[in-house]
Each structure stands twice: as C-alpha cells, then as structure tokens.
Design a protein around this ligand. Sequence first.
Ligand SMILES: C[S@@+](CC[C@H](N)C(=O)[O-])C[C@H]1O[C@@H](n2cnc3c(N)ncnc32)[C@H](O)[C@@H]1O
Length: 214
Amino acid sequence: MMYDKIYENTKHVFGINPEFILKKYARKIDRTKPVLDIGIGQGRNSLYLLKEGFNVEGIDPSRVAIETVLTVSQKENVKINAYQTDFRDFIPKEIPYSAILVFGLIQILDWDSIHTLMDRINQWTQKGSLIFITAFSTNDSMYKKYSKDWMKVGKNSFRDENDNYRTFLEPNEIVELFKDYRSIYHWEGLGPEHRHGNSPIEQHELIEFVTEKD
Ligand SMILES: C[S@@+](CC[C@H](N)C(=O)[O-])C[C@H]1O[C@@H](n2cnc3c(N)ncnc32)[C@H](O)[C@@H]1O
C-alpha cells in the first residue's frame, strides 16, 4: 500500500492540526454517538476529537496508519477503535454515526468508489448526522498534469499504471452530490501553502464542505 511507505517515512504527512472545518463545527456533533473517520491516516482529526471527549472509530487500509493511530492514542491516553480496512469491506458494530469524516479521500477514488462511499455514508448515518469533506477542485493546478500524464477513466478522473486515481470535482459539484442533505458550510478556493515531509511546497484549489443528513 502506497500510504504505508509514506507514513513510514514521514511523521506528520498532513501536519499535526485537525482540519479547520472540523474545529469550527465539532460543537455541532452529537456526543452520544460515535464519529467515524474514513481514511484516518495518521489520525490528526480523530485525535483532536478524542481529546475533546468524542467517541471515535477510524478505518484505513494502511497498516502503518492504523498502527500509528493506536500507538499515538495510547501515548496520549485516549481510546480509539481503529481498524485496518477499506470502507467497502467495513461492517460497523454500531450505527448510526453522529458524524463521518472524509478528509482527503474523494480525490484518490474513482467514481464507482465515490458512489459506493456515498451509499455507505447514507446507510451509516441518521437525520442530524454531520458529514465533513475535503476534496480537490478541477481548478487545482495539478488537474492539468494528471489529465496529461494519466489515463482518463471518468469525468475529471484519472488513473496511472499502478491503479492510483485522482478525481477532481467541478465547482459546486459537491453540493449536487449531496443534494439530499442540508449544507452547513461550503467553501471553494485556494488553500494554504504546505509541504508533505520534505516534498516541495504545494498549494491546492480545495473544496471544504460540511453537510447535515436531512
Ligand atoms: C490523503 S490521506 C488523508 C488522511 C487523513 N484523512 C488526513 O486528513 O490526515 C487519504 C487516506 O485515505 C486512505 N484510504 C485510501 N483508500 C481508502 C479506502 N478505500 N477506504 C478507506 N481509506 C482509504 C489512505 O490510506 C490514506 O490514509
């Protein structure tokens, strides 16, 4: 798994801070039910919620991601249920979730997987549950590079020879995808400059979205 190597080589690949929209809207999450972090990575978002007293579950197909999250949560004296699995194979023990985090995942899935993800989100939530999403927009500077170097496999969706995917959402497409939900926060624009470990500085055209199940 590509992410195993990435996480083995770099400690805080996506930084140490939680996503801005999570900090801004965590107070709206119902604390009586668990939160699910899909593609938990090194756990920066889940750890924030755990320290705020939320009950959190996390899933990720990366073994290193799950080992890291379990080790760090133990060190920080917070308890998380974290499982090494793809969201497609995951069977939750207890639904509904009060919130589902989908940070940085949509852009690495193909459209079939995005639709499956949306079905799962729908099955695993109830009225009032919140969905937190970040994704890449077609305005992103990397869009041109992927459309030139990778094979087109769907609408604004590309694949390389190792079956890695990049899918970009058109402006406002996220609202259309979640049209049966009630949008709470929606922003599209140029995100901050950042780097992943020692890699060159990057800056992305981002989509930030918080929506509530109706
Ligand atoms: C860009 S990283 C974001 C990590 C984390 N959400 C964050 O914001 O720090 C995407 C994560 O999604 C995970 N992932 C990829 N495919 C997945 C799938 N099918 N099911 C669940 N997680 C997946 C990857 O292993 C990786 O850890």
